[in-house]
Design a binder for this molecule. Structure first.
Ligand SMILES: Cc1ncc(COP(=O)(O)O)c(C=O)c1O
Length: 393
């Protein structure tokens, strides 16, 4: 059967051979009725699980009332969302700009830095990922994403991630900000040493440049704290969030200190869909679910259980198990596509991060029993691959 997804839609995604049609909590079902435990969650979006009742109800109610309301009008759903976001905003930030995606939240940060500091340059990190629009792409490390679209923004330099010895030297007069992910996601779940972010903060303060934290993947409870940087005791000047924030609906948020946000004049940065009632209602529902159901704690509890289980596998083809909360990576000694497809066959969806890291971003609502199945399936797939390799297959 020829499908429009194959013939008409731009061919820019590597597809898994499965059509997903339904989701509840940590589980999704395909068009043949087969059930999977979803440790991909739409690349981290369904952090509260699929179709969380509070989010569904908020969206349903709002959909019957008002779908769209441009930012040039006040709106009650936006007001409610903002009042909830204000209570969980990252320490050190005072205001927020609403958008629709992670990359858009980074674009906003880039423009804020340029406007506030009047400087053109940035330092980002080796192995960073900040998105694929032209500005965010300029701060993204991988040349496979960058090269086809050169020239990108001028004046971007890259520093090693997780150590600060080269950072100070890279921050010259041209640089307005340093961009960092508190835990690097796309490049393989890299958790920096405990004092790294604090040192980056000190260097930024010493040099008089802004610190922008990209928590698009690590934020909103994923790592066992509402914001991942809270593990490391360093406050941002600007923070980018998206993915899980809308409980499954698209929303982006860029938080900033008031003096930084206020440097933007009316009309200098705006969008059509940012702060739309549907996304705002979903976000308000998602915040209620996250905080009232104590889901953040579950990230630490089940995350710790899974991390220990993967470490105890003690397989020769596993190089390292790492992560924080429910942001987990298993670095293998070989390419991992076979393991991902075998897990899929056995009813568990896992992601890649690069060619050799299995990435697991399970939802915070995952139960112990579901986590046990994940351990068992991923463990079996790894053992089978280990055996094949040992036999030289
Ligand atoms: C840290 C980080 N920043 C930005 C982005 C881009 O977000 P989006 O795909 O919503 O544009 C991602 C996406 O994976 C991300 O992980």
């Amino acid at each position: 059967m020829s499908r429009c997804e194959d013939t008409f839609l731009a061919d820019t995604f590597w597809k898994r051979p499965v059509t997903l049609v339904k989701g509840r909590g940590a589980r999704v079902w395909d068009s043949n009725g087969k059930e999977y435990i979803d440790c991909s969650c739409g690349y981290g979006v369904a952090l509260l699980g699929h179709c969380h009742p509070k989010v569904v109800e908020a969206v349903r109610r709002q959909a019957e009332k008002l779908l769209t309301c441009h930012g040039s009008f006040y709106n009650d759903a936006r007001e409610e969302c903002l009042s909830k976001l204000a209570k969980m905003k990252p320490e050190g930030t005072d205001k927020v700009f609403l958008s629709n995606t992670g990359t858009e939240s980074v674009e906003t940060a880039i423009k804020l830095v340029r406007k506030y500091t009047k400087k053109k340059g940035f330092v980002a990190m080796i192995n960073s990922f900040h998105g694929k629009t032209m500005g965010a792409l300029s701060l993204t490390w991988a040349s496979k994403y960058r090269e086809p679209f050169m020239p990108l923004l001028d004046g971007v330099k890259f520093a090693p991630y997780g150590k600060t010895d080269k950072l100070e030297g890279l921050i010259d007069e041209s640089v307005g900000a340093v961009f960092v992910e508190p835990v690097q996601g796309e490049s393989g779940i890299n958790v920096p040493p405990p004092d790294y972010l604090r040192q980056v903060r000190e260097i930024c303060d010493g040099k008089g440049v802004l610190l922008v934290l990209d928590e698009v993947q690590s934020g909103f409870g994923r790592t066992g704290k509402v914001w991942a940087h809270q593990h490391f005791g360093a406050r941002p000047d600007i923070l980018c969030a998206s993915k899980a924030l809308g409980g499954g609906m698209p929303i982006g948020a860029t938080f900033a200190r008031a003096d930084i946000m206020d440097s933007l004049k009316r009309g200098e940065h705006s969008n059509t869909f940012g702060g739309n009632p549907l996304a705002c209602a979903a976000c308000a529902g998602a915040i209620d679910a996250l905080l009232k159901e104590n889901l953040v704690e579950n990230a630490s509890a089940i995350g710790g259980y899974l991390k220990k289980g993967f470490t105890d596998l003690d397989s020769k083809i596993v190089r390292e198990v790492r992560g924080l909360g429910l942001m987990l990576g298993i670095e293998m000694r070989f390419e991992i596509m076979n393991i991902i497809l075998r897990c899929l066959e056995m009813g568990v969806i896992v992601l890649e991060a690069g060619k050799t890291v299995l990435r697991l971003l399970p939802p915070l609502v995952i139960t112990k029993e579901e986590a046990e199945k994940v351990l068992s399936v991923v463990g079996t797939a790894i053992r089978e691959e280990e055996k094949k390799r040992a036999l030289g297959a």
